[in-house]
Ligand binder design. Structure first.
Ligand code: BG6
Length: 516
């Protein structure tokens, strides 16, 4: 193996106050030839290299089922990096990174593959000074998770001894219901301790999602009103314009409920509603998130019928373009009963939130891409403007914009200038880009950096994953028993089925109008 160029090429200095680089390690990516690796993981690693956040004692091993040589894999990943990087690629940095790329091909169930991976790692430890620290990333279909971990254990690649560390990241979904998530937790915990297990939810890599905690707990003025006395209800919308793209096969097995709710949407719910943690270390934050997930009111069969709505898109028009029905997508059976839209009405059984409904909606092929948490406060107790044209007042709303615009806005009533007393709705806006500029990123940078540093705060603990599945399991069961008979029930480019309007209208409320 040729000697590696150890020093990074000269770069701009990282901004002062920037975190320290990671220690030495090898990142081993199972699913190294897959889409996630090319589109997200390599570009994120490149951004870490560029920001000087990775140790110069670093290497990457791609593990996949294709029969590539190391040189072929390096070429493919170099080309993919050029294609998917979030900014112009500096050729020197690219070379520095690609020099550190290795490949092992084989079947994930074959013990021989793990022996080869072990040999490559031992060699890398010698040439790259990576000190036996391995960061395994399972970017494969979840059906392989258990098997891969068993094999890592059998090949002694997962055990921490002599001062080196071994960690394993699991891409989502972690299980496909409560029973399978529990079984997987049991299986992997035979090989790994909880400190070695990193269950990813890429929503936690988003700045605005992390900012929910900072917004709540670094400002004195919001926390006193963040409860049932002042908040009328909370709406969470995760709307996508995309369909299932090339993932029809996976998606049709999962559906929107499993794909989005117990993970991404429940992260937003728990961060928005949790009690202040006693510190920002992972145990303290996870403890509070877990408490909320446990406090989500369980759905009875009756509740599922009234408080959970499913939909599937038919053909329609988005941004002026005709798009096919879900059932006509690649990899989707023409008689599919899988949902592509979900709306839920949730309650949280604790003192802070008793009686405050949470309305959640998420779907594919909606009119616009938009993710937000909208907190609606109670109205002013009385309309004081006697003898004026003002006879009703709107409620204040605080909106946390997560995508595509990132920021926070507060809506309130203001006097419309003029002789007559009239009240209009105005918005006070904070936009991330205006204040902090934009740094193009994949959202995986902070997750990878934290994982390599051993910080689990932005990852999910076993009990959090299980608590999420506990809430959605009854919905899965009822929907399975009563297959949908009216699919497709919304046109692509609309805001979902009529019933989604009903679950909120029944409470005398309405979904926020989000413009496309
Ligand atoms: C993934 C889901 O976890 O999140 C996809 O599997 C979904 O179906 C995606 O499209 C949404 O992520 P983002 O970051 O685009 O909101």
């Amino acid at each position: 193996m040729p000697q590696l160029e150890r020093e990074l090429p000269a770069l701009d200095k990282p901004p002062s106050g920037s975190p320290p680089p990671t220690g030495p390690c090898v990142m081993v990516i199972f699913g190294g030839t897959g889409d996630l690796t090319s589109r997200k993981l390599f570009p994120a690693l490149y951004n870490l290299v560029k920001s000087k956040l990775l140790s110069s004692d670093f290497a990457i091993v791609g593990v996949g089922r294709n029969d590539y040589t190391r040189e072929q894999y390096q070429k493919i990943m170099g080309d993919n990096l050029d294609k998917f990087a979030t900014s112009t690629v500096d050729p020197k940095l690219r070379d520095w990174m690609i020099q550190r790329v290795f490949y092992a091909g084989g079947e994930f169930h074959d013990p021989g593959l793990y022996a080869r991976v072990g040999e490559i790692l031992a060699e890398i430890d010698k040439t790259c000074n990576t000190k036996g620290n391995y960061f395994f990333y399972l970017a494969t279909s979840p059906t392989f998770f258990g098997d891969i971990v068993d094999h890592l254990g059998a090949a002694e690649l997962a055990c921490e001894k002599d001062g080196h560390w071994r960690r394993v990241v699991f891409e989502k979904p972690f299980g496909n219901d409560l029973a399978s998530a529990k079984a997987l937790n049991r299986q992997v915990s035979k090989v790994l301790t909880e400190q070695q297990i990193f269950r990813i939810d890429h929503y936690l890599g988003k700045e605005t999602v992390q900012n929910i905690l900072v917004f709540r707990f670094s400002n004195g003025i919001f926390e006193p009103i963040w409860n049932r006395r002042y908040i009328d209800h909370i709406q969470i919308t995760v709307a996508e314009t995309v369909g299932v793209e090339k993932r029809g096969g996976y998606f049709d097995m999962a559906g929107t409920l499993r794909d989005m709710v117990p993970n991404h949407l429940f992260q937003l719910v728990s961060l928005t509603t949790m009690e202040p943690p006693i510190s920002f270390n992972s145990t303290a934050v996870h403890d509070e998130q877990a408490k909320i997930l446990h406090a989500l009111q369980p759905f009875s069969e009756e509740d599922v019928l009234h408080c959970a709505v499913r939909g599937q898109y038919g053909a329609g028009v988005i941004n002026g373009e005709r798009v096919p029905a879900y059932k006509a997508e690649d990899g989707v059976p023409p008689d599919s009963k899988t949902e592509t839209f979900v709306a839920l009405r949730l309650m949280i059984d604790n003192w802070r939130w008793a009686g405050v409904p949470f309305y959640l909606r998420t779907g594919k092929r909606l009119p616009t891409r938009h993710t937000e948490v909208a907190v609606q406060f109670k109205r002013a107790p009385l309309v004081l403007f006697r003898d004026t044209p003002v006879n009703s007042l709107d409620a204040n709303q605080l909106i946390i914009h997560i995508a595509p615009d990132e920021g926070i806005s507060l809506r309130f009533g203001a006097k419309i200038p003029g002789a007559q007393m009239k009240v209009g709705e105005v918005e006070m806006d904070f936009n991330y880009a205006d204040y902090f500029g934009t740094t193009a990123n994949t959202g995986y940078e902070v997750l990878l950096y934290d994982g390599i540093m051993g910080d689990q705060t932005l990852y999910q603990r076993a009990d959090m994953v299980e608590a999420g599945w506990t809430v959605v399991d009854p919905i899965i069961d009822v929907w399975k028993a009563l297959a949908a008979r009216n699919f497709p029930n919304y046109a692509a480019g609309s805001w979902g089925p009529e019933e989604a309007t009903d679950i909120i209208a029944r409470d005398g409320r309405s979904w926020r109008k989000i413009s496309s």
